[in-house]
Design a protein around this ligand. Structure first.
Ligand code: NAG
Ligand code: NAG
Ligand code: NAG
Ligand code: NAG
Ligand code: NAG
Ligand code: NAG
Ligand code: NAG
Ligand code: NAG
Ligand code: NAG
Length: 458
């Protein structure tokens, strides 16, 4: 069959993607903007190549991982979801008459009291998949003897699910449980619990300002359609949370439909959360870097092989994997200086709170909770032996966040913007000075505290 030149052109235009962005290839997925309830994903932020740089082999690696998807966080449930669900149960509103909200006539709450805080099936599967991914990525590294986790059931089950994918035999890996107590100092995977300077409610005053702003038009729209229900800003917030929880429990959710909440409204939900985490565990908190630093310090020292020489701890394993809750990864990012909205603006520009205005979205911020504390979010540090063109042969380190290599500011001169071992020591000291010591910054008020995370060698 012969194509005319016109039909060849048409065919080319259809298949080549040349016009793929015109006139309207707009796509929006709320599941990528759900802050702490964002299902596991890799945002490619930035889209740097996760493969080792040319000439480099990974010889050791450490991971810090948030637990996988749960039925519901108890604070989210008690503060937002339960009141909304109860209101739904009491209302006389006839939802079937309101097209956009008609699903509320039959929707059932998927979260029971017994299952709250527990891992979902999908969460277990994703943690196992991460174990397989790590095993495949580091085929030449030995299977670790130990994996560490804080003691909460959702973190322990995440660790065990990962082991299922990582080990050949489950008995090859011990899952070590680390106390979540309030007197562990820095020596736990929940060091914020022992930090009096940390407040779990920090950021709620600031985030509620933007919550009121972005929910106002939604409330007006819904309350015009549903005259008796009286939607409030916290109801709207609950509906957004339910998009996430419904999805990780059932696989999909009517709350995620873009006819219910529009893309820009989802961005408002995400920004409200980003403000909260900015002040809670981010650059707007004066203690977050000090909380995250002990993990960075212990991890770097362990990978470098300079810690706990006498116990052989550093030579025990090639892979160090630890599970924690949503609070720790962002504090570690602050300790590392990553996702800093003020980065590259110079020390005199460190008005980082101004980068998160409370009355309008800063779309250009680096600090996006959906990209850094989603379910199963992970921060990896890789030690590499390199013999790359244009670089000195030797040992280099790099940090990956959800599989995206990051540039450590002030230490990115190596292959693939990695940090040389000779520079790493000074860089760590500089970071320690910027974020402050755990004990003094946190104003620890018990006598037997410590500034050092030593779980790897205990
Ligand atoms: C629902 O109704 C029950 C029983 O009348 C009442 O106790 C409860 O406060 C109501 N809940 C809401 C959220 O209106
Ligand atoms: C401090 O003492 C308490 C018990 O009195 C203990 O639970 C905790 O682990 C200790 N902290 C450290 C850092 O040793
Ligand atoms: C709607 O709910 C808000 C918050 O609970 C309350 O202050 C207000 O009085 C309610 N309005 C109506 C019309 O019921
Ligand atoms: C940002 O705001 C928080 C909370 O008000 C405050 O503690 C912190 O010092 C502020 N940070 C800067 C750099 O001004
Ligand atoms: C980092 O870890 C080393 C080895 O455990 C320790 O000696 C040092 O005090 C730690 N640095 C900070 C700032 O905590
Ligand atoms: C570790 O210990 C051995 C024997 O005690 C010593 O020879 C070696 O220098 C130590 N290595 C480091 C990095 O401290
Ligand atoms: C270190 O490892 C070597 C070889 O496995 C072993 O012989 C030695 O007893 C270990 N040292 C300590 C302090 O555990
Ligand atoms: C964030 O960036 C600013 C500007 O470069 C810098 O002064 C500040 O120290 C950084 N914050 C942290 C915690 O690294
Ligand atoms: C990396 O591993 C390969 C295969 O084992 C080896 O040939 C190469 O020399 C290694 N490169 C470095 C820099 O260690």
């Amino acid at each position: 069959m012969l194509f005319s030149s016109i039909s060849l052109l048409t065919l080319a235009l259809c298949t080549s993607n040349v016009y793929g962005h015109y006139p309207n290839s707009y796509k929006f997925d709320p599941l990528e903007h759900l802050a702490g309830t964002t299902p596991t994903w890799e945002p490619l932020d930035p889209p740097t190549d996760p493969a080792p740089p040319q000439g480099c082999n990974v010889t050791r690696a450490a991971y810090l991982v948030r637990h996988a998807a749960i039925f519901a966080n108890d604070f989210d449930y008690e503060t937002y979801i339960e009141p909304f669900v109860q209101k739904l149960g009491n209302t006389t509103e006839d939802w079937t008459k309101i097209p956009v909200l008609s699903f509320l006539a039959t929707w059932q709450n998927p979260i029971t009291d017994a299952e709250q805080e527990m891992l979902t099936r999908a969460g277990k599967l994703e943690a196992t998949k991460l174990g397989v991914d790590i095993a495949q990525r580091y085929q030449s590294l030995r299977t670790p003897n130990k994996v560490w986790t804080s003691t909460a059931e959702r973190t322990v089950k995440s660790a065990k699910s990962l082991v299922y994918g990582l080990a050949d035999d489950l008995s090859d890996i011990d899952v070590i449980e680390v106390s979540e107590g309030e007197k562990e100092g820095a020596n736990s995977l929940t060091p914020y619990e022992s930090c009096p300077g940390y407040s779990s409610s920090a950021g709620s005053d600031q985030s509620s300002k933007y919550l009121d702003i972005y929910t106002a038009p939604i409330m007006a729209r819904f309350n015009t359609a549903a005259a008796t229900f009286n939607f409030t800003s916290t109801d709207i917030y609950a509906m957004s949370l339910l998009c996430g929880y419904d999805t990780v429990i059932r696989g999909s959710s009517p709350f995620c439909d873009l006819s219910v909440l529009t893309p820009n409204e989802w961005l408002g939900f995400e920004y409200t959360n980003d403000i909260q985490y900015h002040y809670n565990t981010g650059y707007g908190s004066s203690v977050s870097g000090a909380i995250g630093f002990p993990w960075v310090n212990a991890t770097m020292n362990t990978l470098m092989g300079t810690q706990n020489n006498q116990s052989n701890a550093t030579t025990d394993q090639d892979l160090y994997i630890s599970f924690t809750h949503r609070e720790l990864p962002p504090t570690v990012l602050v300790a590392l200086g990553l996702f800093n909205n003020s980065a590259y603006s110079g020390p005199s520009q460190n008005n980082v709170n101004a980068t998160m205005p409370l009355d309008t979205i800063n779309h250009r911020r680096a600090w996006k909770s959906s990209n850094i504390l989603q379910f199963l979010t992970n921060i990896a540090v890789e030690k590499m032996e390199c013999s790359s063109f244009g670089f000195d042969a030797g040992t280099y380190y790099r940090v990956l966040v959800n599989n995206s290599p990051q540039q450590l500011i002030g230490c990115a001169e190596g292959p693939g913007e990695s940090c040389s071992e000779s520079a790493m020591g000074n860089w760590l000291q500089d970071r320690a000075a910027i974020v402050g010591e755990y004990g003094s910054t946190c104003q620890v008020d018990f006598t037997n505290s410590t500034d050092v995370l030593s779980i790897y060698s205990q």
